[in-house]
Ligand binder design. Sequence first.
Ligand code: GDP
Ligand code: IMO
Ligand code: MG
Length: 434
Amino acid sequence: MSNIIILGAQWGDEGKGKLVDLLSHQFDYVVRYQGGHNAGHTIIIGEKKFVVRLIPSGILQPNKKAVIGNGLVIDPIALLEEADQLMAAGIDVAGRLFISNRAQVLLPSHRVVEKISEARKGKTPIGTTSRGIGPCYEDKAGRRGIRMADLLDREAFPALAEALIEDQRIKARAYGVEDAIDTAAIVALYQTAAEKLRPFVCDTAKLLNAAVAKGEKLLFEGAQGTMLDLDHGTYPFVTSSSASAGGACTGAGVPPTKISGVIGISKTYTTRVGGGPFPTEALDAAGELIRKRGNEFGAVTGRPRRCGWFDVPLLRYTAAINGFDSMVVTKLDVLDELAEIPVCTGYRIDGVLIDEMPATFRELAKVEPVYTVMPGWQTSTRGISEWSKLPPAALRYLAFLEEQTAVEVGCVSTGPERNETIRRAGSRFLQLTS
Ligand code: GDP
Ligand code: IMO
Ligand code: MG
């Protein structure tokens, strides 16, 4: 049995799309378990660039099955747009895309509610992707959400949508946003979309558990990253779903006893989009260099990503939450030009070393990082695909990350393309993925 979870160890955009695409030919199903079209997973194949948001990155490998699990919030219009874009690029989704009948439906009015919440006087904005993700999960937890099975119920959907939208309208009015929501138009638009989606919708937990029983292999693809997880991340500067490994079981309906491993993906440095504390943020020329060389701009919103150094305490924390068996380290090539590379090895607050992740953003904002400065390699690693060909200083850097985090570096990414990857011989990573 080899059903594995691969997910972000930091604040998102670690390179999940590239890795999932690369690994998916070893698996039968690629499964998304949380989030929505706030995710943006980039896959580069030759001259072609794909950014998938709701559809699992595995869709780009021919004959692989892609599952959108019950843990997601789905904007049907965004999903159809994404499917159309893939079809236009010659990637057929028919017969191999499966959408959970229990996933939540995201309405345009969720974006209105989010806008109000982000702009509220006296509240620090989260800096969301403005896709309506948070309010949709709020309605799920409030037990007034609409699920895909409801959307497909021609008779029930109009009344369910009206009731939910009326709730949102009351909120909008209270904040002086008058009737930006046209219920009849939304219902008509969504009912048309429902007919296009109907052939794809099913009980995906049943499908996946039957696949497991037959010995087929599942690859779970995390969206966002552990530090954006609703429970374990830098609350309230998080997304509204369970991005960490535990979320894979609830978000797909596959039991923990069927999971054989968890792989964390981390950049060789750190980035974050949106608000919230970021202890190793580099607000100087080095941060700017990383942004430029790493092309650190949001795949969904185009926002510049905040850049900083590798953060060992953060990695130790996310390794503990997820139980990483192995770590993939991406974007090594981005650091190629640097003469010195700081790595944060400890957190101090008021001069005292702390050994746990602060629970509040106020405390985390007070953290002074303790750095060890590693020598850079100042030679190109772009495209290197063998461990032994890495420059000695890069090997020392990777060994340092491994030793400090106590997680093996099983794979290194040296460029955005599939073949720009080193899979380390003898690693737990190789065992789990081949
Ligand atoms: P995801 O959300 O985790 O899938 O990551 P994104 O796609 O949002 O951002 C990662 C970006 O880095 C994408 O543009 C990738 O093409 C790119 N990328 C991934 N791995 C590497 C790498 O090793 N080197 C370089 N230079 N770029 C990479
Ligand atoms: P992938 O899957 C990076 C961030 C937003 C914001 C916070 C909440 O590509 O790694 P939301 O719209 O989810 O309510 O925003 O979470 N965020 C991401 N940052 N990568 C992502 O996805 C993200 N998805 C959400 O910037 O700070
Ligand atoms: Mg991304």
